[in-house]
Design a protein around this ligand. Structure first.
Ligand SMILES: [Zn+2]
Length: 198
């Protein structure tokens, strides 16, 4: 091979080619490991299917505690395999096992809190009770404000058609609602007189 060119990082081409080959080998190993995991999960499914046979019998009652443990504590057992082993539908299984409470960190204030997950794939945003309450309070205020302000400060296109009046400024000029009212509210700037009465 000719004199190898150095890249700006100081890695020469030959070293890089060797690294790429190592990467190919590692990727093949990874694929083989994934296939082995799938095979192992298939075996688990068969074992569970055989073990759960009595529960699939006509009129048998389901072992709810075990179902819940399998669902929440044994992620290596696939959900569809649990459902098939016990003869229930996927949606039914989620209902049967119920939600699970897990520790989490509030996204608003970083304190420790709990999250209720409804299923393995459900990943709710963690939020502590005081922050949930604070958001509700702000939503309530915003709704009240929007009811009070017919334009709500968010009229589509308003910002485009009125240069110099972005949302923030328009919201601050909330007293503009007097344009629709009979009388201007107390403290309205005299620079904006009410429209002539019909
Ligand atoms: Zn919080």
């Amino acid at each position: 091979m000719s004199v190898s060119a150095e890249t700006s990082d100081g890695i020469d081409d030959e070293d890089f080619a060797t690294a790429l080959q190592a990467l190919d080998t590692a990727t093949r190993d990874l694929e083989a490991a994934k296939r082995a995991i799938v095979r192992a999960k298939d075996e688990l499914a068969v074992t569970l299917f055989l073990a759960a046979r009595p529960y699939r019998a006509e009129g048998a009652s389901l072992p709810l505690g075990s179902l819940r443990t399998l669902y929440w504590e044994r992620p290596e057992v696939r959900v569809r395999d649990i459902a098939r082993a016990f003869g229930v539908r996927l949606g039914e299984l989620t209902e049967l096992v119920g939600p699970r409470s897990e520790p989490g960190i509030c996204t608003d204030c970083d304190t420790d809190t709990e999250v209720a997950r409804r299923s393995r794939t459900h990943r709710p945003v963690a939020r502590c009770p005081p922050c949930v309450e604070e958001r509700r309070r702000r939503d309530r205020l915003r709704r009240e404000h929007e009811q009070h302000e017919p334009w709500g400060g968010s009229e589509p296109g308003w910002g485009d058609s009125a240069p110099g009046w972005d949302h923030g400024e328009y919201r601050d000029a909330g007293s503009w609602s007097w344009i629709f009212a009979d009388e201007p509210p107390v403290g309205t700037s005299p620079a904006y007189p009410p429209p002539p009465r019909p």
